[in-house]
Structure formats: structure tokens, C-alpha cells
Write a protein that binds this ligand. Structure first.
Ligand SMILES: Nc1ncnc2c1ncn2[C@@H]1O[C@H](COP(=O)(O)OP(=O)(O)OP(=O)(O)O)[C@@H](O)[C@H]1O
Ligand SMILES: [Mg+2]
Length: 138
């Protein structure tokens, strides 16, 4: 599947939900896309797929949210507010790449040079008010 259009936030969530099957821990997902592209919607779905039943909200100010209680812990990082790899390491976030669970990162460009080589990169594009194009980046 090279490129898919999702017509609602729920459809985007369902796609993220499908990522959960087969994860064993240690995976790192990098979500590329502008503000409002739907990155956090994918995280909501992934959390649900892992069996997490609570609310999933954007870690805009705290940078990281941890979701425990599912099949694997999920760590959701939003790096919009940090500048670079030095900030990331200074704040003490290195333990998340990789983690003992699943790590999913918004604004991964901020730390491009230190992402693990097997990071799964995804690109989200806004096609219209309600449509998002999601593709796996090579
Ligand atoms: N097809 C769609 N897929 C995902 N989100 C959609 C879609 N159509 C509309 N939306 C809306 O777009 C917004 C996406 O917001 P979301 O918080 O997921 O973006 P984000 O990429 O995480 O942005 P940020 O970088 O600001 O965190 C939501 O308000 C959602 O309801
Ligand atoms: Mg977000």
C-alpha cells in the first residue's frame, strides 16, 4: 500500500489502530506532517489497538505522554517545542528511542540525526478539510 486517502479522523485512527498488531516493543514510529495533519489521530488509534482505554491527548506542553495498561506501554512524543537533538538529550528523552514499549514521535525532524535506523517513517498530507493522504516514507 503506497498511498491511501482517509476521509475522516475516525478512518485515520482506524489505520493507526491496525499498526498495533505484531508490535513487540522497541518500535519507533516517526510521524511527519504539518500542524493539524492528523498525527495525533494516528496515535489515538494506535493506543486503542494496543488495548489502552483512556483518553489520548496531545502532549503539547509536556512533550511526552505515557499510556500504560495496554498490551505494551506507549510513549507519545510531540517535539514541536524543542529545537534539536541537544535539547532532546538535555531534557532526558533519549530513553524513549527506543523504549521498552512503543514510541511514536510527532515532529521527528527535530531529532533526525539520532533516530534509530529502523524507525518507521510516515508522511501525512492535508488533501482537504476532511481528507488526509498517508504514505510510508522510504
Ligand atoms: N481524515 C482525517 N484524518 C485525521 N484528522 C482529520 C481528518 N479530517 C479532519 N481531521 C481533523 O484534523 C485535525 C487533526 O488534528 P491532530 O491533532 O491529529 O493533528 P496533528 O498532526 O497531531 O497536529 P499537531 O502538529 O498540531 O499536533 C483534527 O481536528 C481532526 O478532527
Ligand atoms: Mg499532534
Amino acid at each position: 500500500m503506497a498511498l491511501t486517502i482517509f476521509n475522516s479522523a475516525e478512518a485515520t485512527q482506524a489505520f493507526g489502530e491496525g499498526w498495533a498488531a505484531g508490535l513487540v516493543g522497541g518500535e519507533v514510529f516517526a510521524l511527519h506532517g504539518v500542524l493539524g495533519a492528523g498525527k495525533t489521530q494516528l496515535v489515538k488509534g494506535l493506543a486503542r489497538g494496543l488495548g489502552y482505554t483512556g483518553d489520548v491527548t496531545s502532549p503539547t506542553f509536556t512533550i511526552v505522554h505515557e499510556y500504560q495498561g495496554g498490551r505494551l506501554p506507549l510513549y507519545h512524543l510531540d517535539l514541536y517545542r524543542i529545537q534539536n537533538e541537544k535539547d532532546f538529550i538535555d531534557i532526558g528523552l533519549e530513553e524513549y528511542i527506543p523504549s521498552n514499549g512503543v514510541t511514536i514521535i510527532e515532529w521527528p525532524e527535530r531529532i533526525a540525526s539520532i533516530l534509530p535506523p529502523d524507525t518507521q517513517h510516515w508522511e501525512l498530507e492535508v488533501a482537504s478539510l476532511t481528507e488526509r493522504v498517508i504514505r510510508k516514507k522510504a
